[in-house]
Design a protein around this ligand. Structure first.
Ligand code: ZN
Length: 309
């Protein structure tokens, strides 16, 4: 999507991450994991599959990833000046970091009005590796949401990988990624993650349903994005075009489990799906986009067949 040139990018809650997280005091007691000093937790990533097959990196994979949480969140609360260069919508149109800043403003403005119990969540942009409330993470994980510190983590280098996977690289293909992760934040606030998160894999599994709902929430934001406002109460984005919607769909298709399996040279095996097929992800994004209503995103009450649309 295109930002209105003069939109104000202040107050975005995006900060830069680093690997300098404060070390947790010794004896962090295990949360039922049975391992002293280790908190086993689940993070919510954008896509499954074996990312390292594609990047050549040593990626961690799967719907959920267990982290040894030796560090607590690197909440340096620097924040405000981290993206001082991102002042206006024109900056967001020209620069990927500023586009993330603007997207976070828009997504949160939408949810503030759509969901009365909304609580803001920060996004951390990092390069290479960062400390998080869910443990240390590298870029190989891909973009993710950590429910423990309610924070989204993103290395924008991922967008190159997204294009390799078949996304068209348009602005909304990138913004969709941010909106998907905020979808997981909504699920954290509604209790969906504690009820259905971290479960089994496979076509029709709760893991897949969680991911498809996050795609639907991303679509609901896209359907309403043109009405979102900056801190001055002015419109943040230009009206969406059909071309831009197709850009988001190209990203949803690229991160489908079947797309990733075939890209990485694996056999297509629905039993290993964690995020849903390309068709399912496009379908649920479209449900949210066309209705503009997150209440249509109930991926848990439909049969497995109906997940295909
Ligand atoms: Zn996800």
């Amino acid at each position: 999507m295109t930002f209105r040139e003069n939109a104000n990018l202040k107050n975005s809650q995006v900060r830069r991450g680093g690997s300098g997280g404060r070390r947790a005091g010794g004896g962090t007691v295990a949360a039922g994991s049975g391992l002293l000093g280790v908190v086993v937790t689940v993070i919510y990533i954008l896509m499954g599959g074996n990312i390292s097959d594609l990047s050549g990196g040593g990626g961690t994979t799967g719907a959920s990833t267990n982290y040894n949480s030796e560090y607590v969140s690197a909440a340096d609360s620097a924040g405000e000046d981290d993206f001082a260069e991102c002042r206006t919508g024109a900056d967001a149109n020209a620069n990927v970091d500023c586009r993330m800043v603007g997207t976070v403003i828009s997504v949160q403005d939408y949810w503030e009005r759509a969901f009365s119990d909304y609580e803001p969540a920060e996004t951390v942009i990092f390069t290479g590796a960062t400390s998080t409330g869910c443990g240390d993470a590298t870029s190989a994980v891909g973009p993710f949401y950590c429910p423990i510190d309610s924070t989204i983590y993103l290395d924008t280098a991922f967008f190159e990988q997204l294009e390799q996977l078949g996304s068209d690289g348009g602005s909304l293909s990138q913004m969709y990624v941010v909106a998907h992760e905020y979808g997981h934040h909504i699920q954290n606030l509604t209790g969906v993650l504690s009820r259905y998160g971290g479960g089994s894999q496979g076509d029709g599994s709760n893991a897949v349903r969680v991911e498809l709902q996050a795609d639907c929430f991303a679509g609901a934001w896209v359907g309403n994005a043109a009405t979102t406002q900056d801190i001055d109460g002015n419109t943040l984005l230009e009206p969406i075009t059909q071309r831009q919607v197709e850009s988001a769909l190209s990203a949803a298709e690229a991160v489908g489990d079947d797309s990733i399996q075939s890209q990485s040279g694996s056999r297509i095996n629905p039993d290993l799906w964690t995020h849903g097929s390309a068709a399912q992800r496009e379908h649920w994004f479209t449900v949210g986009y066309e209705s503009g209503n997150p209440n249509t995103c109930d991926t848990f009450s439909v049969s497995a067949d109906q997940l295909d649309g």
